[in-house]
Design a binder for this molecule. Structure first.
Ligand code: SAH
Length: 223
């Protein structure tokens, strides 16, 4: 696969097989059951998404800094959100808000038709674009912009995943969800966030709570 050259250059390709396996076993114990999701976590080279100095910690189940005050999400959370997004069946068009380093995007992309991903910080978006191209994930469209208002030109979506937390879910995200579509989003003030999954039924939205989480805030505007 395309990443192999870099995996070897980083020198941890071989030794990481066992650590990756341990991570998968841990996610299973914590209740992740979707095999396709577990397989993506096993194969996506997470060490390429973090700074070289942190590469040896890439297969630990923790969030890590990626610069600009942002983080790469914890593998358990990425697995949980992806599983929740896919729970109602296959998805064609997915909006992701908060590309960050692109790790969640890379896990998700082969599992759905197309991913439209928005990031508000330009330098992160450019880095993610290079990496996703290197991993040959061509069904991903990236945009530098404010995902608070969704991506109107590409709506409606049958799935929306948000990887930063607003206090309250922005209305435009509900509005861009197709009938039967799923919106997976953390919401609430710092220290008191909950992960939600909403399913659109006509003009109402069925709500499920998926537990307490800790995300960076969803911020308006771009930089
Ligand atoms: N999905 C990433 C995690 C990203 S952290 C992963 O797989 O690791 C959350 C990201 O959301 C940050 O990069 C932050 O800049 C971005 N973000 C915050 N508010 C945003 C907004 N309004 N629109 C788009 N991106 C936003």
């Amino acid at each position: 696969m395309a990443g192999d050259g870099r995996i070897n250059r980083h020198g941890i390709g071989m030794t990481s097989a066992r650590t990756r396996e341990r991570l998968i076993e841990r996610l299973r114990r914590q209740g992740i059951a979707n095999e396709a999701v577990l397989e993506r976590i096993r194969t996506v080279p997470r060490h390429l998404f973090v700074d070289e100095a942190l590469a040896s910690r890439a297969y630990e189940d923790t969030a890590l800094p990626i610069g600009q005050g942002q983080t790469i999400s914890q593998p358990f959370i990425v697995a949980r959100m992806t599983e929740a997004l896919l729970a109602a069946g296959p998805l064609q068009r997915v909006l992701e808000v908060g590309t960050g380093c692109g790790y969640q995007t890379a896990v998700l992309a082969p599992l759905v038709g197309e991913v439209y991903s928005i990031e508000r910080i330009g330098v992160l978006l450019r880095r993610a674009r290079r990496l996703l191209r290197e991993l040959e994930l061509y069904n991903v469209k990236l945009k530098h912009g404010d995902g608070w208002t969704g991506w109107r030109a590409k709506a409606p979506f049958d799935g929306i995943i948000v990887t930063a937390a607003p206090n309250d879910v922005p209305r435009s995200l509900f509005a861009q969800l197709d009938e039967g579509g799923r919106l997976v989003i953390p919401a609430g003030p710092a220290g008191q966030q909950t992960l939600f999954a909403f399913t659109r039924k006509g003009n109402s939205f069925e709500q499920e709570e998926l537990g307490a989480v800790s995300f960076v805030p969803l911020v308006q505007g771009t930089q």
